[in-house]
Design a protein. Structure first.
Length: 664
């Protein structure tokens, strides 16, 4: 049976999950269509999706139309769930991009379009919600063609719009099949479509230029070839609510979209190739991992070549381990159906394989190959986690392990300076959902913005003595040293002691004391960095001197010296890269100035600009929401640590006062 794997992608709220539900119902895969509002759709079946009313995971759905098996991958619309979006698109062979006929192209539409371009995906553009008030096909199509690069053309026109939307008219249909009131519009659209079709076929182009008439059958055949090859992106109006346009969309998916075999050989990281046929050596990629409370880890795989049968041994070439799946499944919504084999062009499921991770390649051990991993962006939003009880704290590690296993775009770390447990993700919604998942796993946490890990350093050279003397019967304690400290890159400890004033065996103890004092600086108790320390002189006692005494003396001398060396407060800074349409450049630059940013450069890329700047970490805690507001959600950014810089004096005073008040 022919197979099509199609990813549904759109901006959140464009109606793709409703469309997927309508397609399942129209094809007979389900007897009754569910509703997103009721939490009854096949795709959004997790508790979090029901509560929030939008997709969080990529739903795997299966239907059949005209003897063709179609697997739909319903991806989330929120950019926060980028791993699910990119994984779902990459695991498919084609993409249906859904655009609301009332809202037009939105930022999420642009993002999924760019991802489809990156993976070279043939696509269909569905202009949905055509039955809604203010739906406008021509205006929305013009928006698509102006905003999204590529040859998008109308394959069908609507018969009526809004509540009057009652049918579709095939642009390539004969004139006598077109309603009188639409003949002019269809004739114009047919000219545009015909020009696009013949441009994709050299033979037709030559005949067309010579004035030869091209039959409708020839145009239609060339049209499907062009859609297969990604040379044309057909657009059509649809209403998932009323069902108008669903049959035409299903037919277009069957006849216009490519099968796995038609996408060509798949290439590994070392240049090896695999033919996408059941007869080739087996290979597959894990495109997502989920955690089921009953089944455990569930690995969703896209089979690129060959055939895997239950009980076969395969190699995880990414990690060098072998596994032998006893059971193979295909998914449809929340249900798993066991199958005897998985072959090229199928989306399958493996269970009870704890060592499988997102991006892993599976292959025939006799014919190993490894595919490149899915590229994911860096974390942009971080929160500090605070377990509510001791029991929650004890369970947190295991629960976080399950979350990170399922979603590699989440990141967990412990800030060594502040001791905070930090959870990072792709945005506020992403971390909010993660916290809700922790609660579902029995771990309750609250969140706060992370503390800023300030540090201290010095701006002058200073010299001080540390003398530790204590007598308490028997052997006493005596240590005495003189230190010089000066600004320098990094930490450096050395000795300039001459004449045996301090035996060399005590120098390591003095250094330990110095490091003890550097843990808490003299300004506000933050760690000290970038100091060079030299032991100049000192004295010792044959009986009372000890390692402990010189460690105490070293710490005392260091604290005394720090107070005299013009200590200053340092703050962490980040390298920020902001990418947004050029029209927002002025607003972005003005906003960066208010954040004490040092702009490093601006790089134009078509209608988009990328701004690089070094910005204090404390100024970026609300940047995720602020950037969305400034750019209408059309901006994206990344941040990476970029060292430390001195805090302006007026801000430093405030930080120091708050720190000292908290320590009282």
């Amino acid at each position: 049976m022919p197979v099509r794997i199609v990813s549904l992608a759109a901006h959140s709220g464009a109606g793709k999950t409703t469309l997927s539900e309508a397609l399942l119902h129209r094809s007979g895969a389900i007897s009754r269509a569910g509703r997103v509002e009721d939490g009854t759709t096949q795709s959004d079946h997790s508790e979090e999706e029901r509560q929030h009313g939008f997709s969080i995971r990529t739903g795997v759905l299966r239907l059949q139309h005209r003897d063709t098996s179609i697997t739909l991958l319903d991806t989330p619309g929120f950019a926060d769930f980028v791993r699910e979006i990119r994984g779902g698109i990459r695991a498919a062979d084609n993409v249906i991009v859904v655009v609301s006929a009332t809202g037009g192209v939105e930022v999420g539409t642009e993002r999924v379009w760019t991802t489809a371009d990156r993976f070279g995906m043939p696509r269909i553009v569905v202009l949905g919600k055509m039955d809604r008030e203010r739906a406008h096909f021509a205006a929305t199509l013009a928006d698509v063609r102006a905003t999204l690069p590529g040859p998008t053309v109308a394959a069908y026109l609507p018969d009526g719009e809004g509540p009057d939307f009652r049918g579709l008219v095939d642009v390539l249909s004969d004139e006598d099949q077109v309603p009188d009131e639409l003949r002019s519009a269809v004739a114009e659209a047919r000219t545009v479509l015909t020009d696009a079709i013949v441009e994709s076929d050299d033979e037709l182009m030559n005949r067309y230029l010579e004035g030869e008439e091209i039959s409708t059958e020839e145009l239609r055949a060339a049209f499907f070839r062009a859609v297969h090859a990604g040379q044309l992106y057909p657009a059509l109006p649809v209403s998932a609510t009323t069902g108008v346009g669903l049959d035409e969309l299903l037919d277009l998916m069957v006849h216009g979209l490519r099968s796995a075999a038609e996408r060509g050989d798949v290439t590994g990281v070392d240049g090896q190739t695999r033919a996408p046929t059941p007869e080739a050596p087996f290979s597959a990629r894990v495109w997502r991992v989920s955690m089921d409370p009953y089944v455990g880890k569930v690995a969703h795989v896209r089979v690129w070549s060959g055939t895997l049968r239950a009980g076969d041994t395969v190699r995880n070439t990414t990690r060098g381990a072998e596994l032998r799946p006893a059971h193979l499944y295909v998914a449809s919504g929340r249900e798993l159906q066991e199958v005897p084999e998985l072959s090229a062009g199928m989306i399958g499921v493996l269970t009870k394989s704890p060592d499988l991770h997102t991006g892993d390649t599976l292959a025939d051990p006799q014919h190993p190959i490894e595919y490149d991993p899915l590229e994911l962006p860096d974390v942009v939003h971080t929160v500090a986690l605070h377990p509510q009880t001791r029991q929650d704290e004890d369970r947190l590690g295991d629960a976080l392990g399950k979350l990170l296993e399922e979603d590699p775009t989440l990141n967990y770390s412990r800030e060594p300076q502040t001791g905070e447990m930090l959870l990072g993700g792709m945005g506020e919604m992403h971390t909010t959902i993660a916290v809700e998942k922790l609660a579902a796993l029995g771990v309750k946490v609250s969140t706060t913005p992370p503390q800023i890990p300030y540090r201290e350093t010095i701006r002058a050279t200073a010299q001080a003595q540390g003398r530790h003397k204590k007598q308490s019967g028997g052997h006493g304690q005596f240590g005495d040293c003189v230190l010089r400290i000066q600004p320098g890159k990094g930490y450096l400890f050395s000795s300039a002691v001459v004449g045996g004033a301090i035996p060399s065996k005590y120098l390591p103890s003095i250094e330990k004391g110095v490091q003890d004092a550097m843990v808490k600086g003299s300004l506000a108790g933050f760690p000290v960095q970038d100091v060079h320390v030299t032991v100049l002189d000192g004295s010792y006692h044959e009986v009372d001197s000890s390692d402990l005494a010189f460690r105490m003396a070293g710490a005392l001398a260091m604290r005394n010296a720090l107070e005299q060396a013009r200590p200053v407060l340092l703050e962490p800074v980040m390298l920020l890269r902001v990418r947004a349409p050029a029209s927002f450049t002025g607003d972005l630059m003005s906003d960066l100035q208010t954040r004490r940013a040092r702009v490093q450069g601006m790089e134009p890329e078509g209608s988009v600009f990328t701004i690089s700047a070094v910005v204090p970490q404390s100024e970026l805690q609300t940047y995720n929401a602020d950037l969305r507001s400034m750019t209408g959600d059309r901006g994206a950014y990344s941040v990476k640590p970029f060292g430390y810089q001195e805090v302006p004096e007026h801000l430093a005073r405030k930080v120091i006062e708050e720190r000292r008040a908290a320590q009282v």
